[in-house]
Design a protein around this ligand. Sequence first.
Ligand SMILES: Nc1ncnc2c1ncn2[C@@H]1O[C@H](COP(=O)(O)OP(=O)(O)OP(=O)(O)O)[C@@H](O)[C@H]1O
Length: 610
Amino acid sequence: MNDAAISDADHTFQVDLRGLVDLLSHHLYSSPRVYLRELLQNGVDAVTARRAVDPQAEAAITITVADGGLRVADTGVGLTEADVHRFLATIGRSSKRDALESARRDYIGQFGIGLLACFVVADEITVVTRSALTDAPPVEWKAGADGRYTVRTLDPSAHEVPGTTVFLTPRRGSEAWFAPERVIELARDFGALLPYRVTVVAAGEHIPITETPAVWDRPYPTVGLRRAALSAYCESRLGFTPLDVIDLDVPLAGVRGAAFVLPEAVSPAMRGKHRVHLKGMLLTENADGLLPDWAFFVRCVVDTDTLRPTASRESLYDDESLAGVRDALGGHIRDWLADLAAHDQPRLARFLSVHHLGVKALARHDDELLRLVLPWLPFETTDGRIALDEFARRHPVVHVTSTVEEYRQVAPIAAAAGLGVVNGGYTYDLDLVYRLAEIRPGTTVAELDPDTVTAHLDAVDPAVELGAASFLAHARAALDPLACDLSLRTFQPVTVPALLLDGRDARGERGRAEAEQEAAGRGDDLWSGILGSLRDQGPRAQLVLNHLNPLVRRIAGLADPELARAAVEGLYGQALLLSHRPLTSAETGLLGRSFLGLLERAVHQPNPAE
Ligand SMILES: Nc1ncnc2c1ncn2[C@@H]1O[C@H](COP(=O)(O)OP(=O)(O)OP(=O)(O)O)[C@@H](O)[C@H]1O
């Protein structure tokens, strides 16, 4: 044999089973509890395979907890000795993958690694199996976590009927996974919806595990009883009493189940936590991606026979089928909402009082739904917390603020002056209010801008304006570098001396003015020149002084330029603080200057006693 012949020889990969089991237990499965799921699943698939050839064959899986160990027996198809070598002893090989496409869809398993999950809790697996397809005697397969296995033929009396029994003894430290109550709990969790009868036998007692048909598939005499049964199911499986129950049924994707409306508001960021069964077997209690993001107000329990699991079988494979199911389930939730809007407004109102945020998120992308739920969606407005549609009926021009602070400060004054204002500062509200114009012809939506508010405030008597001319000239000169105009008006309440109005554009202008000053401070003439040239085009903020306010009346009479400047800067600063906006460095400087200037004047007043 020459060198070339040696190097060309075929070699076979060796698998280090210990390394593989370590990988599975620490990186693939989230908990050793999956060992029971894999055993159950193999039992179910084996029965399915047997029933494909013998539809009348018994279909039962019995888990017996005894002597600290576990025995899982099924009445499935069983294995011949050749099958044992081929399927049990070959990692990654699955008889289900070899099956015809049509039959493959009936099985839960597909990867050929599930049995290894038993090595997460046991050092040895013993399988005694007898094929239902041949007359071959039973075979025993004993495999160790070190990768060695033995196969021997048994006397027919060792397994009198076809089927398979798997024996496990816990590894030291894993005993808790074999405790009867733990086994019953795991079996119920994973197996309650399986299509064949599953029983746990512990201390001589036979405990039924399967509760089929699923609660959503059972017949009920009335709609009320059905709701009550589903609510109780939600309580036991998801831990809350739902506000409402929505039936889910997507026949094309073989998805059935229910969506339960959460009784309390949750953050839109809190998604997932859906319970998904695959052909009855619980896949995960934490499925994400099953519903559109906007449907964060429901939790689902579904059974599906088309969605694909990942190899860990603990989440759904994110593919086109899942996307299709997500759309279809989203459609169900939307239809439910539309139905409430049309036929059951009290229930809709109860739902909206908890989940209006979710519905607003949904309605933003869905005109039809927006039209449907709009009459009941609550918004904060100057007419109180009312529906947008009702508000639009009262106010042909709907003014909206883009921040909560702006609303708090300006809306009461604007409302007193006869303007209708909606607070657009909360999540989604601004978008929705603007969309109103498209959906409701004849309605105008406008940002609450400084000019509109000022125009609605009562002008002062021309004689008063004339008397304050000197003060106003000094004050305007003081505010000009801040890109702010000044006007004198009267408005309620009298306790508010000044109102600072700056729409979104004016805020941009304030930023520009700040940048210009900074550039000038750095001696950057070119940049400050460019910024300066933009100045005249920029919208300006408005400081509106309230001539009903006694302090303002006195200030308006000031003739001393220095005092007038300090006073108006003080009023500007106070109005700015009330608006809760972040201060620019120029504004912080102005506030400090004005406060100290006024303090200085206060302490320099001649003492009448002297
Ligand atoms: N109880 C059983 N009865 C009959 N055959 C079985 C049984 N358990 C396992 N097998 C055979 O052993 C093969 C490997 O099983 P294993 O659980 O490792 O993988 P799988 O079920 O095919 O796929 P998955 O990794 O997705 O669970 C199966 O395909 C099946 O042929």
